[in-house]
Design a protein around this ligand. Sequence first.
Ligand SMILES: [Zn+2]
Length: 55
Amino acid sequence: MQMEVTCRCGWSTRGSKSAVIAAVQAHGRNEHHQEITPAEVRSIWRSVEGSGAQK
Ligand SMILES: [Zn+2]
């Protein structure tokens, strides 16, 4: 299963849970100068199922 997060600025990322958490944290730091916790990422992400050829 993949997870997807769309930021309030329009940026979005998709990938495995650990990859999405890392990407959102990096994006928050770089673009918003904001530290985002893994718990915050989990509260806003949504699962992406049945898209593409993912296992
Ligand atoms: Zn953003």
